[in-house]
Ligand binder design. Sequence first.
Ligand code: MRU
Length: 359
Amino acid sequence: MKLKYKPEELTKLPRSVEYKDKKVYLIDQKLLPWEFKVIHLSTVEQVAKAIKTMQVRGAPAIGAAAAFGLALYAERSKAETKDEFFDGFYRAYEILKNTRPTAVNLFWALNRIKNLVEEHREDSLDEIKRLIVEEAQRIADEDVEANLRMGHIGAEILPEGNVLTHCNAGSLATVHLGTVGAVLRVMHKEGKLNLLWVDETRPVLQGARLSAWEYHYDGIPLKLIADNMAGFVMQQGKVDAIIVGADRIVANGDFANKIGTYTLAVLAKEHGIPFFTVAPLSTIDMSLKSGKEIPIEERSREEVLTCGGCKIAPDVDVYNPAFDVTPHKYLTAIITDRGVVYPPFERNLKKLFEDLALE
Ligand code: MRU
């Protein structure tokens, strides 16, 4: 497919995650929308902490940040022997792996570098270090290319009109542009997006703090709603399509995404509204058969007991699953960087990977 637009024609935002001069640079997403600040990190532990505390968040962005964490280790390691270097490498790998459990991009990115390093075990230490940094950069660059492709593909198949989204699968959640973000930006550029409905996305407010901020920054017309308003807006006929990101799509098409996605999917079906997820191949985990197998992260009670830093409830017990699983029967299509997958998802996802293996 011919890509009409370049990333810089679609967003004014810079990349969310970058690596240069032996440092990882991140837009601190905990400070938005109050403050736009790029922070720089110089240890693996700092990168792991940034992922855990959600200074960097969104499946592809945490994958890229973790990859850059390994690049940081490689370039800063003082190991004198290969054995010493590999011991430290596996330690860094474990630290980064044990940050967030649901988004598969994290493990995909870390394993991609680990496999490469293991294949090159016999090379010189300098060569191995160079390969790690190069691969981490490639992971980030490929994410931008994948988003650009998904943006063009998605904008062709989504109906024109009003689109609703949940959480933030925009530029901030990826290296640049976003998954959902790329689709919305291409639609906007082509005059196909009348209005974007943005769910606030409690408890962490990725919709209100991040999506509303970044889409407004790029001039996309939007209205912010509290999560419990989405059903009424659909009933009023004000939503033509729903599009969300994904943290992990499994072999039968079930997928994990930000808590609240499942509710929207059920409501969409009731109102006959097409429901799409958009994600790069790095978000697809063919090793799991159904969504029931996806590990769902539970986060702290404080996230629910507070809102924007203010206490909003007494000290009661809390249940805080960060993600839910949407069964594939609610999905109209999965938009990937290698094309659109329609039902039956199990058969068509398998075919997509078989065809790719033949390329
Ligand atoms: O907990 P978060 O903010 O990392 O969750 C993010 C989401 O659920 C996104 O929709 C998903 O990662 C896709 S990002 C392109």
